[in-house]
Write a protein of this length. Structure first.
Length: 337
């Protein structure tokens, strides 16, 4: 196992260079000298092998003199890593599929508690920072405030690069904050999340800068919010992920906005902010109890702006449980400069 998120999930090891070898009487964590002490502390259930050279060389040494047949996840092995692995002539590599990622998709109570904590922290930060926004601040300044407050209040990291997109920039679903100054009346797309106890949160809200929102965006907000609520209401174990995406898409299409919803509806969240399952029109995933997913419909009007609302939802035996405490109404900033 080479994918850092899956290595962490199975062993607890958080270093950037670690491979796991499990089975056949072996329970190994291979890493380098930088992580000797860290690996021993974080992965007490594994025998830590510190490589003096490449991890491939250490692997061969551990397996010698017997020929090893090892399964691997082809989705997490880059071509460069594959070249290293095939340098070990004593090993037969067998593609075993993405077994660990599938296991990771259903969360236990400890994982769900961590996700809830990360979301509570992010929501409290969002409310406070929105109150600080003034005309003339830049997207970057607002994003920096969100990041700073998350870190100082207990987050170990941000879950992904924070998105703050003002005005016309909001038409870019994954806009990068820049030096554009926000103006009174601007509608902002604010999308961010943080990491608490190793698990991520992810939330998006619409924010207006110190002024009322025009009627067109209010209508769009109502349509997006309806699509969000309908999708959440449809969630249940055993349901195909494509069906949840379809529910939201049909809601927006009925309002004449379907063509402006340009991305999939959502994704799983856990150790990584984007993981299985995928809520999209082409997904092959099926929902199961314990999964935590985002539901994030949006409308994007080129040259004019965008609006996205994103909640996190726990799939339970009874249906979808919305984890957010913060409502989806448009948030109003503190006011003009």
């Amino acid at each position: 196992m080479t994918a850092p998120a899956s290595v962490r999930y199975l062993s607890g090891f958080t270093g950037s260079n670690g491979w796991l070898l499990i089975g056949g009487g072996l329970n190994l964590l291979l890493t380098d000298a930088r992580y000797r002490q860290q690996a021993a502390v974080e992965a007490p259930g594994y025998r830590v092998v510190v490589a003096s050279g490449s991890l491939v060389g250490a692997l061969e040494q551990e397996l010698a003199p017997e020929v090893g047949r090892i399964g691997f996840d082809p989705g997490s092995v880059s071509y460069a890593v594959w070249q290293q692995l095939t340098q070990a002539p004593s090993v037969e590599w067998v593609a075993a599929g993405d077994v660990v990622t599938a296991i990771r998709s259903a969360k236990d109570s400890v994982e769900i508690t961590a996700i809830r904590s990360a979301l509570i922290l992010a929501e409290s930060v969002l409310v406070d920072v929105v109150n600080e926004i003034r005309e003339g601040m830049t997207e970057l300044q607002i994003a920096a405030r969100l990041d700073y407050e998350c870190r100082t209040r207990g987050a170990s990291a941000m879950a992904f690069d924070t998105i703050v997109a003002a005005g016309a920039n909001g038409a870019l679903p994954h806009a990068r904050p820049g030096d554009s100054q926000v103006r009174a009346g601007d509608l902002l797309v604010v999308d961010f999340g943080c990491v608490v106890d190793g698990y991520c949160s992810d939330i998006t809200r619409a924010v207006v800068v110190g002024s009322d929102v025009d009627d067109e965006w209010l209508e769009i907000h109502a349509a997006v919010d309806e699509a969000r609520a309908a999708a959440i209401a449809s969630i249940s174990p055993g349901l195909a992920a494509t069906d949840v995406d379809r529910v939201a898409r049909e809601c927006l299409t009925e309002r004449g906005l379907g063509e402006y919803f340009s991305h999939s509806l959502g994704h799983g969240v856990g150790i990584e902010v984007h993981e299985s399952p995928r809520l999209s029109a082409t997904s092959k995933d099926v929902l199961a109890a314990g999964m935590v997913v985002t539901v994030e419909p949006g409308v994007y009007l080129t040259g004019r702006g965008g609006l996205r609302l994103e909640d996190m939802v726990l799939v339970t035996e009874r249906g979808g449980e919305r984890l957010n405490g913060l409502e989806t109404a448009i948030l109003t900033s503190g006011g003009a400069a």
